[in-house]
Each structure stands twice: as C-alpha cells, then as structure tokens.
Design a protein around this ligand. Sequence first.
Ligand SMILES: CC(C)(COP(=O)(O)OP(=O)(O)OC[C@H]1O[C@@H](n2cnc3c(N)ncnc32)[C@H](O)[C@@H]1OP(=O)(O)O)[C@@H](O)C(=O)NCCC(=O)NCCS
Length: 172
Amino acid sequence: MPEIVKLAKPSEKDLTELREIFFESSTRKDFADEADKDHFFFKYVGVYLKHFPEYLWVAREGRILGYMIGAPVTDETELHRVQPHLQIFQKHFTDYPAHLHVNFHPDARGMGLGSKLFSQLEKQFQEAGIRGVHIMTGPDSRNKIFYQRLGFDFEVVLDFRGSPILLMGKRL
Ligand SMILES: CC(C)(COP(=O)(O)OP(=O)(O)OC[C@H]1O[C@@H](n2cnc3c(N)ncnc32)[C@H](O)[C@@H]1OP(=O)(O)O)[C@@H](O)C(=O)NCCC(=O)NCCS
C-alpha cells in the first residue's frame, strides 16, 4: 500500500525520482541542452522547493509514485518571474492565493493517490490560514475532471501568447 508522506528534506534519490516523473509527464520533450532542461525543471518544480520546501507531499512505495507541491502565496514571489503566464491571472490571487503543481508516474495514475495528496496539502493550507487555492491547466485537459471532483468550482480561461490557459480555483 503506498504511503503519503510530507518530504521536508528530499534526498538525492527522491529528487531524481521526482525529476523523472516531471519530465515523463511534461508535454515538452525537446531541450537544447542540460542547462535548458535544468531551467525548465526549476521553473515548474525547483522554484517551489527553493521557497516553500515544507509544502512537498509525495506518494511512495519503494520509490516516489507522484508528488504535489504547493506555494501558499503567489503574489510577489519568484514564481511570478519564472512563470510569466501567472501575471495575467493576478486579480484572482486575492480569492485564490495558493498555487499547486502535481504529477504522477503513468503506472500510478487513476488510483486515488492524487486526491489523497490534495487532502493533505489542503489541510496544511487551511491550518496556515490560507483561504483559497488555484491550479492552471489546459482548457481541454483530461485532468480538469480531477480538479472539479476535488471542489475546484471557479474557472476562468485567458489567452497567453496565443494559447488559452485555464485557471481553476477552490475556496478553503
Ligand atoms: C492528474 C493527476 C495528477 C491526478 O492524480 P491521480 O492520482 O491519477 O488522480 P485520482 O486517481 O485521484 O483521480 C482520477 C482522475 O484523475 C485524472 N486522471 C487519471 N489519469 C490521468 C491521466 N493519465 N492524465 C490526466 N488526468 C488523469 C482523471 O480526471 C481521473 O478521473 P477519471 O478516471 O474519471 O477520468 C495524474 O493523473 C497525472 O499525473 N496525470 C498526468 C499529468 C497531469 O495531468 N498533471 C497535472 C498537470 S495540471
């Protein structure tokens, strides 16, 4: 049975496994070189680990099966600089200040583990007095149903450099 763990200090092995899941799940597959790949990993994972390491949760069974990492605030953080698409949603960060990012290994999807990670992170946000959380995804993405079932009932789509981005929010 997989365990759900808060990883305050991920080991090198943890980070290697997390990185594998991230790149496996990412739609972007082409990188100019290792530095380009490292930058992409920092943009979507490393920046959270750097500023908010206490918000990393994983499902693990021998190895990491999936991870969820949060940022309790979005405004005026380095996230804004490295993820410029966040800026177009600025006005929604009053109601939905926290942000999260999640991915599972393909063999571990659809087993309810993502929902379990969210329960833990949600409780942690609530205990910290945070009143809302948002995610960003594609408007036609399969994972939209996953978030709807978790109670993300606010949706807004905005265009960023010619591509639509969906923000989904949940009040806590
Ligand atoms: C989306 C994801 C994090 C959900 O975690 P999970 O543990 O699989 O989710 P649960 O088992 O708790 O819930 C199942 C729901 O997750 C979603 N899901 C399951 N497999 C999925 C997949 N391969 N791709 C996208 N969403 C998926 C579906 O909405 C599914 O409901 P359904 O079976 O009725 O279609 C996980 O499936 C995943 O990593 N998917 C691929 C990458 C991704 O979409 N990441 C999120 C980026 S915003």
